[in-house]
Design a protein around this ligand. Structure first.
Ligand code: KIV
Ligand code: ZN
Length: 390
């Protein structure tokens, strides 16, 4: 496999489903898992099998269904969690256990009440136990974002020796700055013996709105897996958004980093996740928001009508969105009005446009948006139409 390949680990059905009110039933999870597999994700984190009988059942059903992607189950560094996850993954073509423990001072002291040495012992024991069930074991160092880099490197080295093949470095609290997170990945690449036998993975939360930026900094410094969710949903402010990572790497080819994502499915899968979870996508959401390709100011509209690329850095078709849209508001100019009027059958001369434009502005000042029906109405009521049909 090329070292330029960035693996996409989707955790919509695990971290994403932790969002209050977003609980899915098994049937809904199967529907999403099947689309994720078609989308081309490399890993589907299907759930946390020990957490409830329902989650166990869903992970088992997804493991049976998925054809291409690796199916992964989350565990704590606890024997019973690992045993139950292995059981839920029995029928997976490519099963993975994702186990781990907190490595920051605050997690070690308050959550685990354990010394750093005890944390390493528990991490190693968990990985070895997981390896007794299957080959593919990923280790997460929870709160790695706030963990001491030297200690983190010791943990990574120990779990690689125990058999972990993927090392997840989560910025669990979304605290890191991109440069800091990138340097953390670089430090691990340069200071962990045996790191060439493992893949470093970014798992970034969005508490300060930096999840995607941090993940990109991670891959630019040597990580080769990104953990992300559709629409960026997830615990608190969410996770790194899958569609953002896929399109950033696609639109910046000089980075020479690629994924297996079929970007034309992004809009469709975003809507599926939003509908099944009852979690609306904010209109200005990058890539998949309803306004992502909508132009409403006169200056921008004039540019886009002349040449789409003046104000668009990607083709809406590349993400499965129908087309760019020219939204008519009181900020729109003559070019936008002429363009939209032509779309509904009026090829206006310059003089006709001048007359209708002032009627349009009066109307638009009183309304949020001017629709196709409104255009017909404005033209019908205008001086122009009296002349057109006199
Ligand atoms: O944010 C986090 O640290 C996690 C781990 C359980 C991987 O979700
Ligand atoms: Zn997380």
């Amino acid at each position: 496999m090329s070292s330029n390949r960035v693996y996409i680990f989707d955790t919509t059905l695990r971290d994403g489903e932790q969002v209050p009110g977003c609980k899915l039933n098994t049937e809904e999870k199967l529907m999403i898992a099947s689309r994720l597999d078609k989308l081309g994700v490399d890993v589907i984190e299907a759930g946390f099998p020990v957490s409830s009988p329902g989650d166990f059942q869903s992970v088992e059903a997804i493991a049976k269904l998925v054809k291409n992607a690796t199916v992964c189950g989350l565990t704590r560094a606890v024997e019973n969690d690992i045993k139950v996850a292995a059981e839920a993954l029995t029928f997976a073509k490519r099963p993975r256990i994702h186990t781990g423990i907190g490595t920051s001072e605050s997690h070690m002291k308050y959550k685990f009440k354990a010394t750093p040495e005890q944390i390493i012992e528990r991490a190693v024991a968990a990985v070895k136990y997981a390896k007794s069930f299957l080959e593919d074991v990923e280790f997460y160092a929870e709160d790695a974002g706030r963990s001491d880099n030297e200690f983190l490197a010791r943990v990574c080295e120990a779990v690689i020796k125990a058999g972990a093949t993927v090392l997840n470095i989560p910025d669990t609290t979304g605290y890191c700055l991109p440069e800091e997170y990138g340097q953390k990945i670089k430090y691990l690449k340069e200071n962990v013996t045996g790191i060439h036998n493992a893949i470093l993975s970014c798992h970034c939360h969005n508490d300060l709105g930096l999840a995607t930026a941090n993940s990109i900094a991670g891959v630019m410094n040597g990580a080769r897996q990104v953990e992300c969710t559709i629409n960026g949903i997830g615990e608190r402010a969410g996770n790194t958004s899958l569609e953002e990572v896929a399109m950033i790497l696609k639109q910046h080819p000089y980075l020479d980093l690629n994924t297996n994502i079929n970007s034309t499915m992004l809009t469709e899968i975003s809507q599926l996740v939003s509908d099944t979870m009852g979690m609306p996508v904010q209109p200005n959401k990058a890539i998949v928001g309803t306004n992502a390709f909508a132009h409403s100011s006169g200056i921008h509209q004039d540019g886009v009508i002349k040449h789409r690329e003046t104000y668009e850095i990607m083709d809406p078709k590349d993400v499965g969105a129908e087309t760019s849209s020219i939204v008519l508001t009181a900020r729109s100019g003559r070019a936008a009005l002429a363009y939209r009027a032509k779309n509904v059958g009026y090829d206006l001369t310059k003089r006709e446009l001048d007359t209708i434009y002032s009627d349009f502005l009066h109307f638009a000042d009183k309304h949020k948006e001017v629709t196709d029906t409104d255009i017909h109405q404005i033209i019908k009521m205008s001086e122009v139409s009296r002349r057109m049909y006199a």
